[in-house]
Design a protein around this ligand. Structure first.
Ligand SMILES: NC(=O)c1ccc[n+]([C@@H]2O[C@H](COP(=O)([O-])OP(=O)(O)OC[C@H]3O[C@@H](n4cnc5c(N)ncnc54)[C@H](O)[C@@H]3O)[C@@H](O)[C@H]2O)c1
Length: 495
């Protein structure tokens, strides 16, 4: 695949960009003559989807926005799972290999939604960006910290409009929380708790050893494409749809799955940057007495992670952020009455920010924010508060995909681009922070050798010091092996 932007490619996209400001002046037939709701073809983006089953369906469909844009290509390694998108967008070209699609259709595709498993986000997004395509990439942005850094830099370098798929970023609740914090209601924040009930898929289990036939609709080549840059493994349903989340080869565990939703509010509200250190412990699994299972290939059944942040221009206090998953959640702070939920809806997931004047909570996706003040008062977001988002109540996922397509039309560095809530300038560093937790978890899980009694030794079970700028753990060299990954032969050099 060509690494340089093709000269022929940019012409259509440049027209789209120019169209945002000048096309109206060139139109021969005025819009009102064409009828209400008519969108001239030149005002539509040509969209493609990479990963169109599961979440990929709503990503491409929300970006299509009832015909506001065209869907010209669908790439999925499993046409059966992506059936809804394939039948809905029946004129779109079908692909199984995103590299081929990007290569063959580089002149025709303006923007791509990327919604496959986590391990292919980074390489697919980079391949698309290098061809000048705008990208919408599901959370977590990438599988590892290095890839997140590369995509953040790449979006600027290739001047494309980017958005990560943490749709809660566009929830008015986040604006409400920023307003409350900026008004000084809860004072300086020193401690944050984020928690989730995930994993809700098999996780923390021993590596499967039983043999399974590939489903008949999946060819060997489809499976090879699905494995992509990861280590080659035989087909197993535990590695496939949805369940891939529990294995480091493909997924990023509970923290990777929900961190970009739940760490988003404090990261945004407090203006956090790279953490300075991280420490964790994880749940153990016993199938025999006294000796825990050793499963470095699998994400743990639960984790408890502490990240430290220095003061920021927005928050004049160091912050300790405590993450917990696998059913472990924080306790009620004194300010939340005993009979009240910790956050919203049964508190399966939530966020608590503790300041010196009060505390602020929200549920997942920035929903239902609440402030509890030191004097006992409680503040809730008015039900009709839209935070300046015209799509807050009218479009799916608060218009998160639609606003990205509109920003693509307006062009790189346009007002609409700059007002996106999760472009990579923001989403990249936030994802790196989430993945710092995973770096600690993997260091904790991985034996460094054996002691003189023949037992596994775990030197990585300590507080890890992080130099964010240079992407290095400074006090435990093996942990740096988790900053990036090895790519399987045939998938190298894409990022
Ligand atoms: N923002 C949200 O609320 C939200 C919700 C669910 C999932 N997600 C994210 O969406 C992504 C997908 O999750 P899911 O639950 O839909 O998974 P899934 O396994 O149900 O679907 C993944 C799809 O990608 C396809 N695919 C796999 N490898 C591919 C490749 N190399 N090229 C093209 N297509 C490929 C699969 O065939 C399948 O159709 C994940 O990153 C996940 O974190 C986000």
């Amino acid at each position: 695949m060509s690494k340089t932007k093709k000269s022929t490619f940019s012409s259509r996209r440049n027209f789209i960009k120019a169209g945002a400001t000048t096309a109206a002046g060139f139109m021969i037939v005025p819009r009102h003559v064409l009828g209400k709701g008519f969108i001239p073809p030149s005002d539509k983006l040509n969209l493609a989807a990479i990963g169109a089953g599961g979440k990929g369906w709503s990503d491409i469909n929300n970006a299509y926005a009832d015909g506001a844009n065209n869907v010209v290509a669908i790439c999925d390694t499993d046409f059966k799972h992506a059936d809804r998108a394939i039948t809905t967008f029946d004129k779109a070209k079908k692909y199984k290999d995103f590299r081929r699609m990007i290569d063959e259709m580089s002149k025709d595709i303006d923007a791509v939604t990327i919604s496959g498993p986590d391990h292919m986000h980074g390489i697919a997004a980079m391949a698309a960006m290098q061809e000048g395509m705008h990208v919408y990439v599901q959370k977590p942005l990438t599988h590892n910290i290095y890839e997140a850094r590369m995509l953040t830099e790449g979006a600027r370098k290739y001047r494309i409009v980017s958005q990560m798929g943490n749709q809660g970023a566009s929830n008015p609740g986040q604006v409400q929380m920023m307003n409350w914090f900026n008004e000084g209601l809860i004072g300086k924040v020193h401690t944050v708790h984020c928690w989730t009930n995930r994993p809700v898929w098999p996780q923390g289990i021993p590596v499967p050893t039983d043999k399974h036939e590939r489903p008949s609709h999946l060819s060997e080549e489809d499976w090879e494409l699905y494995i992509g840059p990861g280590e080659m493994l035989n087909y197993h349903p535990l590695y496939y749809l949805f369940k891939w989340r529990g294995w480091w080869n493909f997924g990023t565990g509970a923290l990777g799955d929900m961190g970009c939703h739940l760490i988003d509010p404090p990261f945004r509200v407090l203006g956090l940057g790279y953490p300075t250190d991280v420490e964790c412990s994880v749940g153990q699994v016993f199938t025999k007495d006294w000796t825990p299972e050793y499963i470095p290939e699998g994400c743990p059944p639960s984790s408890y992670v502490k990240l430290s942040f220095p003061s920021t221009t927005k928050n004049d206090s160091p912050v300790t952020l405590i993450w917990s998953d696998g059913g472990i959640r924080p306790f009620h702070p004194d300010l939340i009455p005993a009979d009240e939920p910790l956050s919203a809806t049964g508190s399966d997931n939530g966020v608590i920010m503790i300041g010196d004047k009060g505390i602020m909570t929200c549920g997942v996706y920035g929903a239902s924010p609440i402030v509890w003040l030191n004097n006992g008062d409680k503040l809730e977001m008015p039900k009709d508060f839209d935070g300046g988002n015209a799509y807050a109540f009218t479009k799916p996922e608060y218009g998160h995909q639609l606003m990205w397509t509109e920003a693509c039309k307006a062009g790189f560095d346009s007002e609409k681009h700059r007002s996106l809530t999760s472009s990579f300038d923001y989403a990249g560093p936030m994802t790196e922070t989430v993945l710092m937790g995973n770096l600690a978890i993997r260091s904790y899980q991985t034996a460094s050798g054996k002691n003189d009694r023949g037992q596994l030794q775990f030197d990585g079970r300590k507080k890890l010091l992080w130099d964010g700028k240079s992407m290095r753990i400074t006090n435990y060299e093996p942990a740096n092996g988790f900053v990036k990954r090895e790519y399987r032969q045939g998938w190298q050099g894409l990022i």
